[in-house]
Design a protein around this ligand. Structure first.
Ligand SMILES: NC(=O)c1ccc[n+]([C@@H]2O[C@H](COP(=O)([O-])OP(=O)(O)OC[C@H]3O[C@@H](n4cnc5c(N)ncnc54)[C@H](O)[C@@H]3O)[C@@H](O)[C@H]2O)c1
Length: 285
């Protein structure tokens, strides 16, 4: 299927990044968020990334203007008919919220529209089942930060059709990214491996084995990771990390995935990481 217009639901760090890469690659993009402030911040983020790219000589000013002209903000999902060929959802990592979003989209979107979720860990098959188009439903899992990271994990639900999968592979390629297809199991591949490592790093702090800085230092200098696990957790969002650990814990029923109490406590305190200005570290910008 030829995709011309994209709609992105959720303008947080992932949704804004996804809207950016599609607009940059020549697609018409509509970006929606239930929170108008988040929408405003999303647009600001996109402009800031483009300006940095211009300063680094990676983008022409004219290209930025064209990309921004292709981007439209949507404040009311029901105000105008949806015309997108492809809709990708990037709202919070909560199953019930995502199901509600897709129930509504299924009523509002044209029948040909393909639905994708950027979920990090939730079951694609179960979310698809709330729509009447499970064969046109797929997981398209971008990595953070979206404008930089090359990988897209593609996850087929039980009913996902071959042509849906092919369309999403073509879109991934058009964005200059590379796909890896994985099965619909909790955490897929990326977060099944990454999140237990982050959770274990939180346990080492919780148990007083080393400081936050030293845990990160061990993994940077000792394992050659570009960023320590606790800093990475701050960048991902500690609420998202906790949600993913809960999904792994529940999905596999295995105690090895139990979320560290300290991670839960940070989330309860509102220390959600970089997006909140405070997580394991403090951020001024
Ligand atoms: N943060 C990461 O590193 C990362 C990486 C890959 C995938 N993901 C996944 O992407 C999704 C979004 O994560 P994020 O980090 O961008 O979160 P975020 O908290 O930055 O943004 C979520 C956005 O969803 C909006 N929202 C909530 N409910 C909504 C609704 N019903 N309708 C419309 N908008 C709604 C919020 O206002 C917020 O702006 C999650 O499923 C997450 O697991 C996150």
């Amino acid at each position: 299927m030829t995709v011309k217009e994209i709609m992105v639901i959720g303008a947080g760090q992932m949704g804004a990044g996804i809207a950016l890469v599609f607009a940059r690659s020549g697609y018409e993009v509509k970006l929606y968020d239930a929170d108008i402030e988040a929408l405003r911040r999303g647009k600001q983020y996109i402009e800031k990334v483009f300006e940095k790219d211009i300063a680094k000589g990676k983008m022409e000013a004219d290209t930025k203007e064209k990309a921004l002209n292709r981007l439209q903000l949507v404040v009311d999902l029901e105000a105008d008919p949806i015309t997108a060929d492809f809709i990708i959802e990037a709202v919070v990592e909560k199953l019930e919220v995502k199901k509600e979003v897709f129930r509504k989209l299924d009523e509002l979107a044209p029948t040909h529209t393909i639905f994708a979720t950027n979920t990090s860990s939730l079951p694609i098959t179960e979310i698809a089942a709330v729509t009447g188009r499970a064969e046109q439903f797929i997981g398209m899992h971008f990595m953070n930060p979206v404008p930089v990271m090359k990988l897209v994990e593609i996850i087929r639900g039980l009913e996902t059709s071959e042509s849906t999968c092919q369309t999403v592979q073509e879109l991934t390629e058009a964005l200059g990214k590379q796909d890896v297809e994985v099965k619909d199991f909790p955490g897929f591949v990326s977060n099944r491996i990454l999140m237990p490592m982050i959770n274990e790093a939180v346990y080492t702090v919780f148990e007083g084995i080393a400081s936050i800085e030293d845990v990160d230092q061990v993994m940077k200098l000792g394992m050659n990771h570009p960023m320590g696990p606790l800093q990475l957790a701050d960048f991902i969002g500690l609420d998202t990390c906790l949600s993913i650990m809960e999904i792994l814990h529940e999905g596999f029923g295995d105690s090895k995935y139990r979320p560290c109490p300290l991670l839960r406590q940070y989330v309860q305190a509102g220390r959600l990481g970089k997006k909140a200005g405070r997580g394991f570290y403090t951020y001024s910008d």
